[in-house]
Design a protein around this ligand. Structure first.
Ligand code: GDD
Ligand code: MN
Length: 378
């Protein structure tokens, strides 16, 4: 059928009936799944005016090309392609922002989610005048068949921790399958952390008022093609998101982690000093060794934890280590300088030392985040 014009020159149905639902699907290497998902949406959403937006982060397997292929003959299929960016949450947010529908749903591309529940969710959100309907794995069953034992344990633990910031008794706050109204999303969007995987958790935690929600039991099947991107990185992102929601209002989370690692560096410093002394080294030699060991320790821990998302590898790791030494050396100079100034003002020695340490750590954090772990791309 020609969708552009109809007999009598009237606008086509697709133009007249307002869009009701946008399905937002973040993708990374999902080319085989895309056509299958569109086919299923077409079937389950018959009778609804819908569209699907795939938000693809420049997948090497050419997912975006596959979507464009479908898009050229089916206007309900759209793609947003992002270059030099990664992240499930931020991709979801951009997909929603690109939509003009009053309702949107979020789901995985890999056919793990129970797409047949979409019409039920839509009916429910309208009938009960809700903000959000969550596709939950846990209302009736405590486990989900699609997860192995280790993933199940992680998922349970994450669920417990996230209730700290949730303000709601959601049985499955880790779910990646839900439907929401656009106005409720707009209220929360400016407060979102947009960190990592947990967009649903982020939405609940960032909404200025408690969300009116319902949960619908869904089955969660094993993924069809490709592999899961939820690895240790996702665990890191989850931890950072929870910390951000708990303390991010007062101090940047990265700074807190950086200070904490700095604290362990002090212990390493003292231990090295003690060891060298015990081995009979002169104080100046021991102190130099201790400084180098502590800086190296801090560098690797920060590279592994604080800046996991910008982790340096290969030559960049060597360059990063050297720049970190340089930054810390200047930080030490600032530390001593400030401590002296305070000490000369006849303040207590510990206050002087503390002032020096604070200046040193702030300097190290600010400059190394720029020089050593500079964000590339986005
Ligand atoms: N644009 C974009 N960018 N999409 C991504 C990225 C990214 O960096 N990483 C993953 N995706 C896409 C995948 O292609 C998939 O469509 C969807 O996001 C979810 O990723 P999966 O790799 O399928 O994650 P999962 O199945 O292990 O995790 C699912 O279940 C979790 C519950 O245990 C997701 O729905 C999670 O959100 C959910 O928390
Ligand atoms: Mn999945």
């Amino acid at each position: 059928m020609n969708v552009e014009t109809q007999p009598g020159g009237r606008p086509p149905i697709e133009r007249r009936a307002p869009l009701e639902l946008t399905v937002v699907v973040p993708t990374f290497n999902e080319r085989e799944n895309v056509p299958l998902l569109v086919e299923r949406l077409d079937r389950v959403l018959a009778g609804t005016v819908w569209e699907v937006v795939f938000v693809d982060d420049d997948s090497p397997d050419g997912t975006a090309d596959v979507v464009r292929g479908l898009s050229s003959t089916d206007r309900r299929v759209r793609v947003i392609e992002r270059i030099g960016r990664r992240g499930l949450s931020s991709a979801t947010v951009e997909g929603v922002l690109s939509s003009a529908a009053p309702y949107f749903a979020v789901m995985d591309a890999d056919l793990q989610h129970d797409d047949e529940k979409l019409p039920v969710m839509l009916e429910r959100i309208k009938a009960d005048d809700l903000d959000i309907v969550v596709g939950s794995r846990y209302i009736t069953a405590k486990t989900s068949a699609g997860l192995n034992q280790r993933r199940q344990a992680i998922s349970d633990f994450a669920g417990r921790v996230s209730r700290l910031v949730l303000h709601a008794e959601v049985s499955d706050p880790m779910s990646g399958f839900f439907m929401m109204t656009r106005p409720a999303f707009d209220e929360a969007v400016h407060g979102l952390s947009q960190q990592g995987f947990k967009i649903l958790l982020d939405l609940f935690a960032s909404s200025p008022r408690p969300l009116r929600f319902a949960e619908i039991q869904c089955k969660f099947s094993p993924r069809l093609h490709g592999e899961s991107k939820l690895d240790s990185m996702a665990a890191w992102e989850f931890g950072m998101l929870i910390l951000d929601k708990l303390i991010g209002r007062y101090v940047p989370v990265r700074f807190v982690v950086f200070c904490f690692i700095g604290g362990t560096g002090v212990v390493v410093h003292l231990a090295t000093l003690y060891l060298c002394g015990a081995l009979g080294a002169a104080f100046a030699v021991s102190q130099t060794a201790a400084v180098i060991v502590a800086m190296t320790w801090n560098f690797f821990l920060n590279n592994f934890i604080t800046y996991r998302d910008r982790q340096l590898k290969g030559w960049a790791l060597v360059r990063g280590l050297l720049s970190f030494y340089a930054v810390c050396a200047l930080g030490a100079v600032a530390n001593v300088g400030v401590a002296e100034i305070v000490y000369e003002k006849k303040e207590a020695w510990w206050l002087a030392a503390l002032a020096g340490a604070v200046i040193g750590v702030v300097w190290n954090f600010a400059v190394s985040s720029y020089l050593t772990w500079r964000r590339r791309g986005s």
